[in-house]
Design a binder for this molecule. Structure first.
Ligand code: ADP
Length: 484
């Protein structure tokens, strides 16, 4: 059975100041289905001209939108949540067609993205402030929150709906206007989401979208405009650094969700069944194309054989194929570049002494597929130890002592998430405290949740998305001194 993807219902134009429009040049770029290589749509290819129009619209809309009431903003988010849920099948089908993930996972992402909208609809009416007294008692201090102002949102292709929802929702809740550039590989889901916001009653100019094949010129127009006050980016550390430099020129607030190199640690006393289940989630969700994906498995030598065998068996049973086909558990990678990278990382590890327990090759036929793979005896010198694999490849290395594994786990410039499996509370808390990461999964392979502050330390980023503090990223603090 196949999904109900309908190319006739797609939005493919730019959305500026409340109106759908083509690029002035008439240019478009193609969107490919990574499972079949079929071109599923041609999307408007915006340039600096459209980028300028978009940021100017956001600038004009800010004053009035900033004065909208919390309840108005909450109601729009709530309606958008309901519309996303009502459109689950259609949105999931678009996502699977442009990105490749299995339909069941795409539906899970729709639920997650929708929950972000509901969460921030509830937060919009809870923006508070504070009050204090000066130390000499002569002044009352009133602390209020205001929207940061027009925001630049830039998202990656791996979670086409959730990454946009995670930025748009708190920005709407806080009263910020936006210019949004989704990834060029997966623009269709974002355009569908923007249409939902229009239906939900978001005023013209509040959310503007420019799809483009030239990310640097569009985003560069925004960061140098002098209108944008904030940039929220999810993507590679490399591009994050470029955007931080651009943000510095106009002293823009910056939120950065960048790469990861997550350790997945199985201690000697772990419940192995739980660890295998957690490993499957942490590695195979989204074909391993997640910044939270377990990148390095460190397993205590006393249990490494049992863990590796059970894990490899489960991995070898996964059904690989077109995500639109019911029952598929692992879809294709997003593009040839990703596939080439995974192939070369596996070849490098094997050349350095790693053993292939399952997988280790790509299947015949079209699509950017790679067979789910488990490698063991992976040496620390293998390139995949210090590179985000972004594919369905698990690399297992044995360790002997807890001090050793903590040192190895922290021996990376990244610090997004770490996973620890143990039945011992003292050890669990020690690892939770000593891992240099923004998030820890204790006996779980999944940390993303709208109620949780998502984000990393070190070169994995700045700021948090979601949770109670998620809205703070889009709020400025003002203080008024009042003579007592
Ligand atoms: P990934 O490796 O996941 O594709 P990237 O960091 O390359 O991550 O891309 C994430 C987002 O950043 C995408 O929307 C992409 O178009 C955009 N992007 C890439 N390069 C630049 C750039 N130089 N300036 C602004 N945005 C960029």
């Amino acid at each position: 059975m196949s999904s109900s993807f309908d190319p006739n219902t797609l939005h493919t134009d730019l959305f500026i100041d409340g109106a759908w429009q083509k690029a002035a040049s008439g240019a478009t770029f193609p969107v490919e289905n990574p499972a079949t290589h079929e071109i599923i749509a041609h999307v408007a290819d915006g340039g600096p001209e459209e980028a300028s129009a978009a940021i100017e619209a956001a600038g004009r809309a800010q004053a009035e939108w900033g004065k909208s009431t919390p309840r108005q903003r909450a109601d729009i988010l709530r309606r958008a949540f309901e519309l996303v849920i009502a459109n689950t099948d259609r949105l999931a089908a678009i996502m699977t067609a442009e990105m490749g993930k299995p339909l069941a996972e795409a539906k899970g992402e729709v639920a997650y993205g929708a929950e972000m909208l509901r969460w921030f609809s509830e937060e919009a009416v809870r923006i508070g402030g504070d009050h204090a007294t000066s130390v000499d008692g002569n002044t009352r201090i009133m602390i209020t929150k205001e929207p940061v102002g027009p925001c630049v949102l830039v998202t990656p292709w791996n979670f086409p709906l959730a990454m946009g929802a995670r930025k748009i929702a708190p920005a709407v809740a806080a009263g910020c206007t936006m210019v949004f550039k989704p990834a060029e590989l997966t623009p269709l889901t974002s355009l569908a989401l923007v249409d939902i916001f229009k239906q939900a009653g978001l005023p013209d100019g509040v959310l503007n979208v420019v799809t483009t094949s030239s990310a640097s010129s569009v985003v560069g127009t925004w960061t140098s405009s002098g209108i944008a006050r904030k940039i929220s980016f999810t993507g590679s550390t490399e591009v994050g650094k470029i955007l931080l430099r651009q943000a510095a020129d106009n002293v823009m607030r910056s939120s950065m969700e960048l790469g990861g190199n997550a350790p997945f640690i199985v201690l000697a006393d772990a419940d192995i069944e739980k660890a295998v289940e957690g490993a499957l989630k942490a590695k195979m969700r989204n074909m391993g194309e997640a910044c939270t994906a377990a990148n390095r498995f460190f397993v205590h030598r006393s249990v490494v054989e049992e863990f590796s065998e059970k894990f490899a068996k489960k991995i070898s049973e996964l059904r690989v194929g077109n995500g639109a086909v019911e029952g598929t558990e692992v879809g294709p990678l997003i593009e040839q570049k990703g596939l080439d990278k995974v192939e070369s990382l596996v070849a490098d590890a094997v050349a350095k002494g790693a053993r292939v327990l399952t997988g280790g090759s790509r299947p015949e036929g079209p699509g950017y597929f790679y067979t789910p793979t488990v490698l063991t005896d992976v040496p620390l010198t293998a390139e995949l130890m210090s590179t985000e694999i972004f594919g369905p490849v698990a690399a297992i290395t044995a360790f002997d002592s807890e001090d050793e594994v903590l040192r190895l786990a922290n021996d990376t410039e990244w610090g997004l998430v770490g996973y620890v499996f143990t039945e011992n509370m003292d050890k669990a808390l020690r690892f939770s405290a000593e891992l240099e990461v923004g998030m820890v999964g204790l006996n779980t392979g999944l940390v993303s949740n709208p109620a949780a502050p998502f984000g990393g330390v070190k070169q994995s980023g700045l700021g948090r998305e979601g949770g109670k503090i998620g809205i703070e990223e889009f709020l400025e603090t003002k203080y008024t001194a009042i003579a007592a």
